[in-house]
Ligand binder design. Structure first.
Ligand code: NAG
Length: 194
């Protein structure tokens, strides 16, 4: 708590020096520093939280991509708002409400699509003050994912094909060998007669 407050304070000083905000920071918003990886079709949680962990029930939480006004998810005044939600996210988003009273504004995206891949902004606003975190979501196609049933099936099929090929080649070689022995046998029986 003391640590994160100190960090928020230090950051506010940096912000003041760079004049990026006319206000002193009340909190900072933190997201993961590495890309989040989802598997297409499965649910994923995009982490985002306040530091210090203030109660954000009465703050505004806005998850958006490129356009601030057309959002992925918007929460304010204690409820979710869908009027300007990007149509492709309709019915697929939820803020994890159980964490909001301790500053956790993580977003769950249901049934991830390949088009969900890219950058997300998590903006938290309290009165006139706001901060945001940016994070990256990568969506993996399950067919090309390691350990996927599709990949296992593909490898099994390839192994069976390869084994069949080896058996066929061995069979052909043996057959040729037998023909040659047979021909040599005929030659050998014919020679003494000449
Ligand atoms: C926020 O909530 C999510 C989902 O419940 C959890 O995975 C994450 O660890 C929480 N983050 C913090 C900082 O508590």
């Amino acid at each position: 708590m003391i640590n994160s407050t100190a960090r928020a304070h230090a950051l506010s000083q940096v912000c003041l020096l760079l004049t990026c905000r006319p206000f002193a920071a009340q909190f900072i918003v933190l997201g993961p520093d590495h890309p989040i990886v989802a598997v297409m079709g499965e649910d994923v949680v995009l982490p985002c939280h306040l530091s210090p962990g203030l109660n954000a029930e009465n703050m505004e939480v806005r998850w958006f991509r490129t356009q601030f006004s057309v959002y992925v998810h918007l929460y304010h005044s204690g409820q979710d708002h869908y009027s300007s939600q990007m149509p492709e996210y309709q019915g697929r988003t939820e803020i994890l409400k159980e964490g909001i009273s301790v500053g956790n504004a993580s977003l769950r995206i249901l049934r991830t699509r390949l088009s969900d891949e890219g950058q997300y902004h998590c903006l938290i606003k309290d009165g006139d003050f706001y901060e945001e975190a940016t994070l990256e979501l990568n969506v993996a196609d399950p067919f090309f994912t390691k350990d996927s049933p599709w990949m296992a099936a593909l490898f099994a099929t390839l192994a069976v094909c390869l084994a069949s090929l080896v058996i066929v080649i061995l069979f052909v070689l043996r057959l040729r060998g037998e023909v040659r022995i047979e021909q040599e046998g005929i030659w050998a029986t014919k020679t003494p007669l000449n």
